[in-house]
Design a protein. Sequence first.
Length: 266
Amino acid sequence: MEKAELFRALHARRGAFIIPNPWDAGTAKLLAAMGFEALATTSLGLANTLGSATVSLDAIIENCRVVAEATDLPVNADLENCGADDPKTAAKAITRAAEAGVVGGSIEDFTGDPRKPIYDFSLAVERVQAAVEAARALPFPFTLTARAENFLHGRKDLDDTIKRLQAFEAVGADVLYSPGLYDIGTIRTVVSSVGKPFNLVMGFADPTLTVDQLSAAGVKRISVGGAMERYALAAFLKCAREMKDRGAFTYVRDMAPIGEVRAAFG
């Protein structure tokens, strides 16, 4: 309850806050030690650590447990499409995530099928409504985020995206989210079209944007999705290429200080 109420309060206070995305217990502890106020899981980051392009709902839920238990911070879960097309079945993922220790989570309208990537409008809304009902049935205020995925899957239809977000808000979603928005003008247009807090993911947005600019545009929550994990992979590959191609090891100069790591890990 304490974590849930703290998480709600972050969305209610003035200005935007950053919610970074660890992918395991170690990265969660490092972020907590740095003073971040909340964390969010990343299904992409998890899939990469498992050496897979996709990840199962069971694996996502287990990762929720691992990250939630690693720190005292509130955790939001990336639940993808909640593992099912059927609204009632998908809504069960909300209950499972809550039981794993997270105090917020998302449901998205991406089907997982590249041939038909986005759920039809009515079904997408029904799925969010079912997820909201599952969240409201919990014994604490679970923060339910509804995601409109058009821009990530080749459907750069701003009007339809806004229509979906407004419909998700109307059936009770607490936070709205449309990954793939890039420029500040489009971001401002979307944020101004809804009344609930908006989450922007910086992994797909203009990287020159700052917290102050996004806050001024009305964004409430700023996540990074799998960006930090992919950056870590880039560093890993750079180290490997230096050894393989040059027979050199100069990368050790840039290692994380062992004292800082040990302090975070207790």
